[in-house]
Design a protein around this ligand. Structure first.
Ligand SMILES: Cc1ncc(C[n+]2csc(CCOP(=O)(O)OP(=O)(O)O)c2C)c(N)n1
Ligand SMILES: [Mg+2]
Length: 336
């Protein structure tokens, strides 16, 4: 049982970049821009009254899921929380169908029945709204893979808030007892709604102190740095495929927006937020790539424009899409 740390001091970004190739990092930058524009326009559409229900932005945390999906690919199982727009995009859902889902339209990802918190893709079992509720589901996917000899992993993203839930501990216990191939990725963005992690979780260092209880390896990754995420996940991936048992990963990160769109975030000062915004993973990656000759300033601006336009088109698509017909309300729901 070991502890591993992937942060800017311990990894050499230049070497990670050399190994993965500049094209790979450029693809990551593209995905991060797409997610950021999606969130910006999604929130704007909400404020204009086009989107109802909840809205949890992934802004600030992009490096984590972008790197994870690059490393793990599309042939494993994924589950996440209600903060699920990015993962659905990364796993193949189109901006159009996702925006239309936020707008509650018939062309939406869940035909307008799920909304912001319940998005799906071929390998995404869902965005789940109950804190900690999807951990047993992710373990179930890993059990199925093991039972059917499929050699597939289950990757479960959760928030720091879920660590206080019984389902976290019960799932880690059973998953370890049964040697299930599941990777738990805690996105520790410091807050569970308005409660700071230090007031909710008894250990300062979640992966570090919780993983020994289950006899599994714990990894702590700088979630604001794409290269740390990539190097960390690449290591975890190899280990998970070889060992076929659970691994606990903690990505230390920041969320740039309130918990949800209705949260004014009064529990952190403007100064604190401004400082947090300085750690934005997108300009950081862009600047590093420019410095390494991986992208020119003009090419970066072009990428940004491409992402913005694609998302604006998605907003138009959603606006022009039909509402679900009332006659279909009982279709494709679990309990009609
Ligand atoms: C079982 C349960 N309890 C309470 C809630 C209300 N709730 C929704 S999100 C949230 C905070 C979760 O924080 P965290 O797990 O850190 O995820 P983050 O929102 O920071 O991504 C709470 C308490 C819920 N959805 N489910
Ligand atoms: Mg949190």
């Amino acid at each position: 049982m070991s502890q591993f740390f992937f942060n800017q001091q311990e990894i050499k970004a230049v070497e990670v970049l050399k190994k993965m190739g500049k094209e790979h990092a450029l693809e990551a930058l593209k995905s991060m821009l797409l997610i950021r524009h999606f969130e910006t326009r999604g929130e704007a559409s909400y404020r204009q009254g086009f989107v109802g229900g909840f809205y949890h932005s992934y802004a600030g945390q992009e490096a984590i899921q972008v790197a994870a999906v690059q490393v793990f690919g599309q042939k494993h199982w994924y589950a996440t929380t209600y903060r699920c727009h990015a993962l659905a995009l990364l796993l193949g859902a189109t901006p159009n169908e996702l925006m239309a889902e936020l707008f509650g339209r018939a062309t939406g990802n869940a035909k307008g029945r799920g909304g912001s918190m319940h998005l799906y893709a071929q390998r995404l079992l869902g965005g789940f709204a109950i804190v900690g509720g999807h951990l047993p589901i992710a373990a179930g996917a890993a059990f199925s893979s093991k039972y059917l000899n499929k050699n597939e992993l289950s990757i479960c993203f959760l928030g720091d808030g879920a660590v206080a839930q019984g389902s976290f501990h019960e799932t880690l216990n059973l998953a370890t007892l049964w040697n299930l191939p599941v990777i738990f990725v805690i996105e520790n963005n410091q807050w569970g709604m308005g409660t700071h992690v230090n007031r909710a979780i008894c250990t300062d260092g979640i992966a570090r102190f919780q993983s020994p209880s289950y006899g599994i390896d714990g990894y702590t990754i700088d979630g604001m740095d794409y290269f740390s995420c990539y190097a960390g996940f690449a290591h975890v991936y190899q280990q998970a495929m070889a060992e076929q048992r659970p691994i606990l990963v903690e990505c230390v990160c920041q969320r740039f927006r309130g918990h949800s769109i209705s949260d004014p975030g009064l529990y952190r000062t403007k100064e604190a937020l401004n400082e947090i915004l300085q750690s934005d993973p997108i300009p950081y990656l862009a600047a590093f790539l420019q410095q390494q000759g991986g992208v020119s300033e003009q090419a970066y601006q072009d990428l940004d424009k491409w992402a913005r336009e694609l998302i604006l088109e998605a907003v138009e698509f959603a606006k022009n899409s039909p509402w679900p017909s009332v006659a279909t309300l009982g279709e494709e729901v679990y309990a009609p």
